[in-house]
Design a protein around this ligand. Structure first.
Ligand code: UDP
Length: 459
């Protein structure tokens, strides 16, 4: 990365992330794009999160604020609601203290702007108190954002009562295509409130940044851009996997879990092109034991090679002796370097929970997906993967929400050997090209980031 001396920075942004891997990754990558364009960035996360991340090579400065639970974060709060309320209160206060500290330090780079995670709308109040530019950063797709916006406005009545939901810029959706917090209102009411509250003060934000690319969801982006100064800036994937303009940007750089990199890559190197199924449910999803068993059997019945990420906290749910009995066919690890895995030529298909980062990564690398969504925005992402981007198949669930072994097996076989697989591979090439173009010089996202930086400098 081109190094910029302190006083040559065009502006200084604080980038404040909600403390999970899926939020930190995109905000960190956006930070690197800003730094590449000459803006100084200080990434801000919580003290509890900073204790668990392995900071690999990253040029971005890191500062912390408090969520009120410095020792263990949300896991130490009595409830999700209690956590979010305390985060609001203590977070606002410690963010203000951080701004004061940075403005009185001798670095010579006063803060101009706060780019804040849409999950933390109170950060805009702090930004405005300090007379700073406030840019909200949405880490989910625009389609999902638009659904929550309609709930916030009271334009989408809950509980859902229609068999088909029609919203501007979106394809017709069935209730089960909606974010789980919406079609199943009783599951996580505090998270539901947080998602809807993303829009509580969005009208006052100077910028609305979304981690998507225009070409993926043009209708909804156009519709939302009529309401706010919305700009698409994604996909936020390390540059060396896409446009290769930021030379030292080969990895996200902050990792909550330590990857079994050598084991995974050596194992993949021993397998033929397109022969391996990569399976991961991200950093948070917890499958119930029955679902884990069905998935395990589905993989086995597919008769394909598989690399399966089962986090240490999930391991006990694996069927007895599964790892030993399938060791000829499969490798099970606690965490892997997902970008390296998805771009390895041995990988032919990705069985995914459809977290937004994983979805964007697979789209950007042209890896066909078997969608097994679990909760929050994942069902909506799965709908788009199958029916809009035609980049994969959604494994059907039974009336209890269980995806049976045969469904997993069939989807894998269809993608690896069937006619639909061929069509999906063709589409995959298109998305891969479009993703790279979006962040490359003059692409839709690159132009938007350029505009953001230019206006920041002149504000
Ligand atoms: N990831 C990884 N190694 C793994 C599994 C996941 O590096 O073994 C990364 C993945 O590349 C993605 C992030 O973790 O960037 C997960 O984010 P996502 O939005 O897909 O899911 P979440 O964890 O938020 O549910």
């Amino acid at each position: 990365m081109e190094k910029v001396t302190n006083n040559a920075y065009k502006a200084h942004c604080l980038v404040l992330s909600y403390p999970t891997q899926g939020h930190l990754n995109p905000m960190l990558e956006f930070s690197k794009r800003l730094e590449h364009k000459g803006v100084k960035v200080t990434l801000v996360t919580t003290r509890s999160m900073s204790k668990t991340i392995h900071k690999e090579a990253s040029s971005i400065a890191l500062e912390t604020i408090s969520d009120g639970f410095d020792e263990g974060g949300i896991a130490h709060a009595e409830s999700i609601q209690a956590y979010l309320e305390r985060f609001w209160q203590v977070g606002s206060q410690t963010l203000a203290e951080l701004l004061e500290k940075l403005s009185s330090s001798s670095s010579g780079n006063p803060v101009d702007c706060i780019v804040y995670d849409a999950f933390l709308p109170w950060a805009l109040d702090v930004a405005k108190k300090f007379g700073l530019v406030g840019a909200v950063f949405f880490t989910q797709s625009c389609a999902v954002d638009n659904i929550y916006y309609h709930v916030h406005k009271g334009l989408l009545k809950l509980p859902l009562s229609e068999p088909e939901i029609l919203l501007p810029g979106l394809p017709p959706l069935q209730p089960q295509d909606m974010p789980s917090l919406i079609y199943d209102l009783n599951t996580y009411p505090a998270f539901f409130d947080m998602l809807v509250s993303q829009f509580s003060n969005v009208d006052k934000a100077d910028w609305v940044l979304c981690n998507t690319l225009y070409e993926l969801e043009p209708e909804v982006v156009d519709w939302m851009t009529e309401i706010w100064p919305l700009r698409t800036i994604g996909p936020t994937i390390p540059s060396m996997y896409l446009d290769k303009r930021i030379e030292d940007d080969k990895d996200y750089g902050f990792c909550i879990f330590e990857p079994n990199s050598d084991t995974c890559m050596k194992w993949l190197n021993d397998h033929a092109k397109g022969s391996v199924i990569y399976v991961s449910f991200g950093s948070l999803a917890a499958l119930n034991a029955e679902q884990m068993e069905e998935l395990a059997w589905g993989l086995r019945m597919s008769n394909s090679y598989f690399l399966w990420v089962v986090r240490a906290s999930e391991e006990a749910k694996l069927p007895k002796n599964f790892v030993e009995e399938t060791s000829e066919k499969g490798l099970v690890v606690h965490w892997c370097p997902q970008l390296e895995v998805l771009t390895h030529e041995a990988v032919g298909c990705f069985v995914t929970h459809c977290g937004w980062n994983s979805t964007l990564e697979a789209l950007s690398f042209g890896v066909p997906m078997v969608a097994v969504p679990q909760w929050t925005d994942q069902p909506t992402n799965a709908k788009y993967i199958m029916d809009v981007w035609k980049m994969g198949l959604k494994a059907p669930a039974d009336e209890n929400g269980l995806v049976k072994r045969e469904a997993i097996e069939n989807c894998i076989k269809e993608i690896m050997e069937g006619e639909r697989g061929k069509e999906i591979v063709k589409n995959a090439y298109r998305w891969k090209t479009l993703a790279k173009e979006a962040v490359d010089q003059g692409g839709s996202s690159d132009k938007n980031i350029e505009e953001f930086v230019t206006k920041l400098v002149h504000s």
